[in-house]
Every structure is written in structure tokens, then in C-alpha cells.
Design a protein around this ligand. Structure first.
Ligand code: 13P
Length: 317
């Protein structure tokens, strides 16, 4: 056992010694978000990574996020505390199957652009025309000429939602996030009955049946802005990764936040299924170790250049 406070001190020292900056996604442990130099959603973190002045970035998130940070910052050393921190969405859409599917669509006469959620590997990004996050997806899709079809990968739920709000027809890849897909409508409705004055805030990675009963739909940064805009103390049922409650409580402590389905298992215990097991691989120990040892590191790969072009155009311009 190592005392978290000692670890935090050690991390602070190592950060100076190794000339490092820590970035953390809103889905990692609250302690890690608190010691980070930048905490944010996928879009802000990708942009923040380009503003880092130190020679090393420690990315507390999942692999595709650290990989994107490396792609946008070729000269920097990018460390990921645990290389096994993957993503069920990125996993669901691989390079060869996507390339084959694009070829099949072209052979059938489809004239389309491929839009990828940022939750994809660099190899998949290199096959795409635009990269979106939940924060900028609508804006980018609205820029795509009306005469083009859109192939949206890999999140079918986000794609369906974007198709609804933009009015653009989309060909959807059948991927889904393992955390957002398991929310049960029955549990959510029960939570609503138990909290009659509550509002449901949901990430657009949730399936349609959850979004239909939500009062607000938005990515993690948009959720923060929404709860901040409401002054009256309110109970929010939060349909996204459970750690998101940490930044919401910090920003708008007047409210009560209830994870969905968190408190409402049949045994009355807190359900862990709304925690992303990959995000949870980030620990203070592993952050200390990776700073101390300079690894695991995301190494530059030749195919990153193509992914750079599309990422830069999509997120930084
Ligand atoms: P945002 O950070 O865009 O809200 O998306 C969450 C997510 O999918 C992280 O993997």
C-alpha cells in the first residue's frame, strides 16, 4: 500500500525533474483529475496537448487519446500510464474491415465521405476524411456538402443521434461503447420515479431509448456547461461514465448528482458497470512509475502522418 498523498507529492517532484505535463480525461479517478495540469473532454485535451511547453506529456486516459496527442506533437515524448487502457469503440472498427467496407460501398456506387469519432486507432483515422469528438461533431457534419453521403464510424448511437440533429442521412458502423450501452431504461425510469424533480443528462454515446427520456444530451464538456447554467439546486441523473460526477460536483456543487444506474441495483449496492474498465487502469502508482521510468511510451509510426493531416484539419483549424 502506498499513501495517495505521498504519491501525489512524488508525482509533483517527478513532473519537475522530468519536465512533464499531466493531461487527464474527465473519466479517470478524481484524484488524478485534481493533480493534472489539464483536465477535460476529448476535444479540449487534444487541443491542450498542442499547447504543452514541457518535453513530456503524461496522458491519463485511454490509448487513442495518447496516440492522438503524439500524432499532434511528433517531437514530444508521450507517456500512457498503462498501455492496456484501450477502448471498446476503437476496438470495434479495425483498419482492414473498414477499408474493405469503403471499397464495397464505392463499388456499389456510393459517393461518400468517412467521418470517424476520435475513439478510433490512428490506422483507422488515416482512412477517414474527418475526425469528430462529441464536442465538435455537429459543426463538422454541417460543413459536409449535401451531395455527399456520410459513412460514420464506429459509434452507431452517436451516429444515429447526429443524423437526427443534423438531418443528414448516414451509413452507420455497428460499434458501441461498452459503458454507455449497458444503461438500462428500466433502471433509469425507476431512478426518475425515485427522484421526481430530477433531470436526466446523457452522453450521446447512449442508445436511443436512453436519449429519448433525457432532458439534456451532450458530451462531457457540454454537460459541465449545462449544469453550471442552472442556479437552482437540482438532482441530475447522470447517464455517462461515473467519474464524470467529479468535475460536475467541482464546477456546480449546488446540485446533487446520481450516477445511472449507480444507486439502484436490486441489492441496493453501487453498480460498477458505469465505470470504464480502461479508464480505471489509470492509477497514481502507474503515473508515478511512468514518470520515473519514462515508459510506456507512444512511439511515432510512419502511418501517423496521414492521421495527422485529418486530425489537424478537424480539431485545430
Ligand atoms: P467526450 O470526452 O467527448 O465527452 O467523450 C467521452 C469519451 O468517449 C471518452 O472516450
Amino acid at each position: 500500500y502506498e499513501d495517495p498523498l505521498d504519491l501525489m507529492d512524488e508525482i509533483d517532484e517527478l513532473k519537475k525533474e522530468k519536465d512533464a505535463t499531466i493531461l487527464a480525461h474527465f473519466y479517470v479517478d478524481g484524484d488524478i483529475q485534481d493533480i493534472a495540469d489539464f483536465a477535460g473532454d476529448s476535444l479540449k485535451l487534444a487541443r491542450d496537448a498542442t499547447q504543452v511547453e514541457t518535453s513530456t506529456i503524461v496522458f491519463c486516459g485511454v490509448h487513442f487519446m495518447a496516440e492522438s496527442a503524439k500524432i499532434l506533437n511528433r517531437k514530444k515524448r508521450v507517456l500512457l500510464p498503462d498501455l492496456n487502457a484501450g477502448c471498446s469503440l476503437a476496438e470495434s472498427c479495425q483498419y482492414e474491415p473498414l477499408k474493405n467496407y469503403q471499397e464495397k460501398l464505392r463499388a456499389e456506387g456510393h459517393d461518400f465521405l468517412t467521418v470517424a469519432y476520435i475513439n478510433t486507432t490512428a490506422a483507422v483515422k488515416s482512412l477517414c476524411d474527418w475526425i469528430v469528438t462529441s464536442g465538435n461533431a455537429r459543426e463538422i457534419i454541417e460543413k459536409i456538402p449535401e451531395d455527399k453521403e456520410i459513412l460514420f464510424v464506429p459509434d452507431q448511437h452517436l451516429g444515429r443521434y447526429l443524423s437526427e440533429v443534423t438531418g443528414r442521412k448516414m451509413i452507420l458502423w455497428p460499434g458501441a461503447c461498452m459503458v454507455h450501452e449497458v444503461f438500462s431504461l428500466q433502471d433509469l425510469n425507476r431512478a426518475k420515479r425515485n427522484n421526481p424533480e430530477s433531470q436526466v443528462i446523457a452522453h450521446p454515446e447512449c442508445p436511443q431509448n436512453i436519449l429519448e427520456v433525457s432532458d439534456f444530451i451532450g458530451g462531457t464538456e457540454k454537460m459541465r456547461q449545462y449544469v453550471k447554467s442552472i442556479e437552482k439546486p437540482t438532482t441530475f441523473l447522470v447517464a455517462t461514465e461515473a467519474m464524470m460526477i467529479h468535475p460536475l460536483e467541482k464546477l456546480a456543487p449546488q446540485h446533487t448528482y446520481v450516477p445511472v444506474p449507480g444507486i439502484i441495483t436490486s441489492t441496493g449496492e453501487t453498480c460498477a458497470c458505469n465505470r470504464c474498465p480502461h479508464m480505471a487502469l489509470n492509477t497514481l502508482q502507474k503515473i508515478r512509475n511512468c514518470l520515473r521510468d519514462g515508459k510506456p511510451e507512444i512511439e511515432w509510426q510512419p502511418y501517423f502522418q496521414k492521421a495527422y493531416d485529418v486530425l489537424e484539419r478537424s480539431l485545430l483549424q
